[in-house]
Design a protein. Sequence first.
Length: 362
Amino acid sequence: MRQGFTTGSCAAAAAKAAAFMLLTGKEMEYMTIATPGGKEYRAALLAVERGEGFVRCAVEKDGGDDPDITTGALIFATVSYGSSDRDIVTIDGGEGVGRVTKPGLDQPVGNAAINSVPRRMIEEGVREIKELFDHIGEMNVIISVPGGEELAKKTFNENLGITGGISILGTSGIVEPMSTQAVLDTIRLSLGQKRALGETSVVIAPGNYGVDFMREHYGFDMNEVVKCSNYIGDALDMAAECGFSRVLLVGHMGKLIKLAGGIMNTHSKVADCRMELMACAALEAGMERDLILQILSCVSTDAAYEIVRNAGTEKPFMDRVMERIMGHLTKRVAGRYEIECVVFSNVYGIQGASEKWETILT
């Protein structure tokens, strides 16, 4: 199936192109950027507009074979000269880009919903052009998506506290097709390849966060980790079919907390219950009623966990979470192999782990 590129990649390509056209006065039809996932993106430029001290252009979002509601949307970047002589790049959202109204998300309250990786991609692209032409001074970038407010109604943004438009997202810059059968076939192939090479232990992670965590903290190459997307239960069954003797599941709290409720397909369209499950663990950890109600109103697991930490109850809280997760994992595995688990946060690091998880790494 054909890969696509994220809204973050589109925004970065448009911003880099607009900066180039602003500094050179030349026209461009395409701009190439390197994505964090290692794949080059050659984006066609549309709707180029010039004005006094600014250039605006767009890149059309192509989600590949993924059924993404933003496919076909025009992601605009307007790059202009700033008033400061400091060598800075400012990034903000305009029409159709959401704004954060609740804490606990990738961006602080008040910021445009342009996540950290796309922000870095945008800034790196603009700085590359600034350095190429020895430009010193402020440049401002505004990302906009005409029609983005309507598109956002088909997303979970409102529930997360993001209003006024879509989010500019992406960790790898690449959209992987999410056909259910294609994903399951890929998981099975990845596990089968490792088993064919004689490996008896395997690390499974839902997505890029888990892969990045294992690489940064334990030196794992991304090819050593099998990504299972939301299909944790299916991946565990496949590991048994392939004949593995030990499996380590590594994932972000936002995904793996659902396992505490026995939810083995963690897609938000299938089930959520993140805050309800965290609230249950908080109750069992002895937290006060008012704090538990605060957890229920959170929009992210990091925000909820901060409440737990501030109350000084993270150990009994995570003990209960891990007890429930391991109970459901053990039931699913049904003695077919040894299962261990690590739950982490990008903010707090390892939050909980089963007793023998490190033995699989060694």
